[in-house]
Design a protein around this ligand. Sequence first.
Ligand code: F6R
Length: 261
Amino acid sequence: MDVGIAESAEHAASLAADAIENLLRTKTEAVLGVATGSSPVGIYDELGRRVSTGRLSLARASAFMLDEYVGLRAGHPQAYRSVIDEIFTRKVDIDASRVHGPDGTADDVKAACAAYEAAIRTAGGVDIQILGIGTDGHIAFNEPTSSLTSRTRIKTLTKQTRIDNSRYFGGDINSVPTHCLTQGIGTILEARFVILVAAGPAKAEAVRQTVEGPVSALWPGSALQLHPNVTLLLDPAAAASLTLTEYYRDVWAHKPDWQRW
Ligand code: F6R
C-alpha cells in the first residue's frame, strides 16, 4: 500500500487526476470506478478542468458507481445516480449512457445486484477505482463486519453513516435511507488499481486502521491491504494518526516516476 501525504486535499485531488490522465493516455476506453460523497469531488473538478483545456478526454471511457441508496425515487436529488451526474458526469465529457450504477429502485434486488456484477465483468473490469472512506471505516457502503469477499448486495447502513450523511438530507437522520446496494469488498478488490482519498481529522482513525491496523472486517478499509496496487492520497489531517509517517514520506519522495502510477 502506498501512502501519499499531500499538502492539502486539493493537492491530493490533483495527484489522483494525474493517475487517471496517465491511464487515459494509454487506454482511452478505460473503465473508472467512481465514488460519490464529498471526498472525490476535487478529483472530478480537476478532471473537468483538464477536459475543458483539451488536456484529456473521457469521451471513450466508461464508469461504474460504487453504491446507491435503496428507497429513494429515481431522480431524487440525493440518489447517488443524481449526485454522480452532478459531481462527475456533467463536469467531464464522458457519455452519460456509459456511467453505470446499481439500481436501488429494483423490485428484484438480487437480480439487480447480479446484473451489476455482470456489467462490470462485461466491461472488462475496473481500471482505476476511486474510493472515499467512512468515519467508521466503510469503503463503498461495506459497513463494519462486511465479508471481505462480499459481492454487490443490499446492506443496512450503520447509524454513524446515516448521521454522517444526514448533512445531505437537511440534517435529518430519519430522511437518510436505511439501506443501500453496494459493490462488495470482493468486487472492489478486483479493480486493477485503487486510489483512496481522505481529508480531514474525522477520517484519521479510519485511515490508521486501513493502513496500519490488522486486516479486519471491523474496519473494512483494511481489506485493501490484500490488494497489490493501492494508493492512499491524504491531506495532513487525515494522515495525522499514522505512526510510520516519516517512512511513507520517504517512500513517496524517492519513488521513481515509472513506478508512480
Ligand atoms: C460513496 C461511498 C462512501 C463514501 C464515504 C465517505 O460512494 O462509497 O464509501 O466514500 O462514505 O464519504 P465522504 O466522502 O462524503 O466523506
